[in-house]
Design a protein around this ligand. Sequence first.
Ligand code: ATP
Ligand code: NCN
Length: 227
Amino acid sequence: MSQQQTLSNQRVRPPIRHIGLLGGTFDPPHHGHLLPLQEILAQLPLDSIWLLPNHIPPHKAGTHASAGQRLDMVSLLCGDNTRLSPCAIELERASPSYTVDTLERLRHKHPDCRFYFIMGMDSFLNLPQWHRWQSLFDLCHLILCERPGWQLDEAQPMMAQLQARGQKAEDGLPQANSGKVIEVPITEQPWSSTEIRAALKHGELPDGAMPKAVGDYIHQHRLYRHR
Ligand SMILES: Nc1ncnc2c1ncn2[C@@H]1O[C@H](COP(=O)(O)OP(=O)(O)OP(=O)(O)O)[C@@H](O)[C@H]1O
Ligand SMILES: O=C(O)c1ccc[n+]([C@@H]2O[C@H](COP(=O)([O-])O)[C@@H](O)[C@H]2O)c1
């Protein structure tokens, strides 16, 4: 092999894969998770979105369904959409599922990937309470979606972050490796796991809350019933 060929081989890098991440407790997963992801995929050239059920949610008292059941439901939520997949990385550790730890692990495991952590406005407004939250901007971009009942106004500390880092979905993916907040317009979805669990306690599954396969799983496993 000539010296020139060796040099050019050394320069060949695998193409970057652009991966969206939706972390959540998914207790249970619902259309407020799924439908925004479909709209994000229609607007941004992401290769895939991975859905990461957490093991120990950092800011919640606990979970109602087990980690395994939540992972099963997330798989059913993804259905046959080949650009959506469940990712069990947070289930592999027994400590609280801090997102910054997950991103460090993912970056180490997948050096060819650039990550885009997706969140609703409720999570974005609470971001300053997250563990080492500012480091997230060194590890990924954020994708921000509206959520009914949650609004960012001038007085909120996250407004300054959005002003400094914000860009619109129509501008495509950023050139930088990390640190931007991409605002993606979505059709607002009224669903929340808390309200769905409250309805299921009385044996009701709200119409249109989730794909049928997830509802069937909940019934088969008798989840979220009044005990
Ligand atoms: N209806 C929705 N619209 C936009 N984003 C949502 C919606 N529901 C959940 N998300 C986002 O999905 C992520 C995971 O949410 P999570 O699994 O905690 O669901 P949840 O419905 O908020 O649950 P709970 O009611 O138990 O707090 C968060 O970033 C949250 O902002
Ligand atoms: O890292 C943190 O400190 C942190 C604090 C709160 C929530 N998160 C993550 O944010 C995602 C949504 O969380 P939740 O509680 O709304 O289900 C999920 O992936 C959580 O693990 C992360």
